[in-house]
Write a protein that binds this ligand. Structure first.
Ligand code: HEM
Length: 413
């Protein structure tokens, strides 16, 4: 009998989700064993399906480049018990679309994320980072770097990108903080969700009435010129996708990479001495931390070849990005941070048609943070014992819940 998504066999090992608390920056230890094993083992996922788990770098790339894979389930739902795998996909939900429908939206959006367009945002990002550092220094330590720095910066960058009015940004930021906060209670979450959808709908209607020179405005004009008018629902879903995808990931990277670097003083000193290192440093930290921690879920719509094996139509597949990023055949000594490594071909942004659309923007934000935070607060350090830092072990995007930091008085300049 062919194994399908629902033939959950009890004799299968479970998909590993637990990290060793002694090594909170390393993926679950079993991912290294998976890489060593022959083939692509089938594991039982918490969501209630068996999935073939692909863990070697070359196999992850080969699998994610295969057109016979569908993304209709959300990327990391395999680790959510009782998660919805077969729900209808909302129009505009880029991450869950396949084939021509996905290509159409992606083509319309791509001009917004070219290197040139994103570089033009760099001065805005620099100003934002500096303003937040001014406020931190003024406030004085100890302070939670997540709340006061890591969360607001990506949020305000998305506001700028989408063309949210300055007067609305505080409200927008408050709502999205609740929406992506892992400590939010269900009622507050539901309310924030309603408000963000309401807010985005209003924004889209305003842009449709008078498209401005911002992402949504240009997208509306471009779609019209191509005879590809986007519906209000598509535009709202796209706007919310950009908001969540771009905000939560970057915020977690800022918090987690700051902590990881504070634990590697030699690497941090090298970065401080040579800000030109920021480019490779950011990619190395993306590789090393691989914050989309459980990888991405797909379902085969036709036969998919991975190594010597065939994954058959109907089977589920997990591409374990963090496992591929620690593959020593591609990244020698992979468990070590080496800011000069030049790891640009890492898998932290995924691979194939869904590879992160916002990766250049994420890089610019992280580069500006890496340079300015450590230049302006050279004595930055944890304000609590390392053991007291709480990690988001079960969240789809890995990070720290809070990062209490402090610094010496003389940094206040
Ligand atoms: C450190 C920051 C980031 C990380 C680690 C990250 C990671 C990822 C990953 C792994 C995917 C692929 C998901 C899949 O294959 O199912 C993805 C897709 C995506 N990301 Fe990012 N991302 C980051 C920042 C951003 C930013 C700043 C934006 C936008 C402003 C963004 C927008 C998107 C979008 C729209 C997609 C879907 C692309 C598609 O389906 O064609 N991301 N991201």
């Amino acid at each position: 009998m062919t194994e399908t998504a629902t033939d959950l066999r009890s004799d299968l090992a479970s998909f590993p989700t637990a990290r060793d608390p002694e090594c909170p920056f390393d993926p679950p230890a079993e991912y290294a064993d998976l890489r060593e094993q022959e083939g692509t083992p089938s594991l039982a996922c918490p969501v209630g399906v068996n999935a073939r788990v692909v863990s070697r770098y070359a196999d992850v790339r080969a699998a994610l480049a295969d057109p016979n894979l569908s993304s209709h389930a959300a990327p990391s739902t395999h680790v959510v018990p009782g998660g919805l795998l077969d729900r209808p996909v909302a129009p505009g939900s880029l991450l869950n679309m396949d084939g021509a429908g996905h290509a159409r939206l992606r083509r319309l959006l791509t001009p917004e994320f070219t290197v040139k367009r994103i570089q033009a945002l760099r001065p805005y990002v620099q100003g934002l980072v500096d303003d937040h550092l001014d406020a931190l220094l003024e406030h004085g330590g100890p302070v939670d770097l997540v709340e006061h720095f890591a969360l607001p910066i990506p949020s305000l960058v998305i506001c700028e990108l989408l063309g949210v009015d300055y007067g609305d940004r505080d409200r927008f930021q408050e709502q999205t903080a609740v929406l992506i906060g892992t400590n939010s209670d269900p009622a507050a979450l539901e309310q924030a969700n309603l408000e963000v959808v309401g807010f985005m709908t209003q924004l889209v209607l305003t842009k449709l009435a008078a498209p401005g020179d911002d992402l949504l405005g240009r997208l509306i004009v471009r779609a019209g010129e191509n005879g590809q008018e986007l519906s209000v629902e598509e535009l709202v879903t796209l706007g919310i996708t950009l908001l969540i995808a771009g905000h939560e990931t970057t915020a977690n990277m800022i918090g987690l990479s700051t902590l990881a670097l504070l634990r590697q003083p030699d690497q941090l000193a090298a970065l401080r001495a040579d800000p030109g290192l920021a480019g490779t440093a950011v990619d190395e930290m993306l590789r090393y931390l691989s914050i989309v921690q459980f990888g991405v879920l797909r379902q085969a719509t036709g036969d998919v070849t991975v190594g010597d094996e065939t994954i058959k139509a109907g089977e589920w597949l997990v591409a374990a990005l963090s496992a591929g990023n620690r593959d020593e055949s591609v990244f020698p000594d992979p468990d070590r941070i080496d800011l000069r490594r030049g790891a640009t071909a890492h898998l932290a942004f995924g691979y194939g048609i869904h590879q992160c659309l916002g990766q250049q923007l994420a890089r610019v934000e992280l580069q500006e943070v890496f340079v300015r935070l450590h230049q302006r607060i050279p004595t930055l350090r944890l304000a609590v014992p390392f053991e007291d830092v709480e990690f988001k072990n079960d969240a789809l995007v890995y990070g720290v819940r809070a990062l209490p930091v402090t610094w010496d008085e003389e940094d206040n300049r």
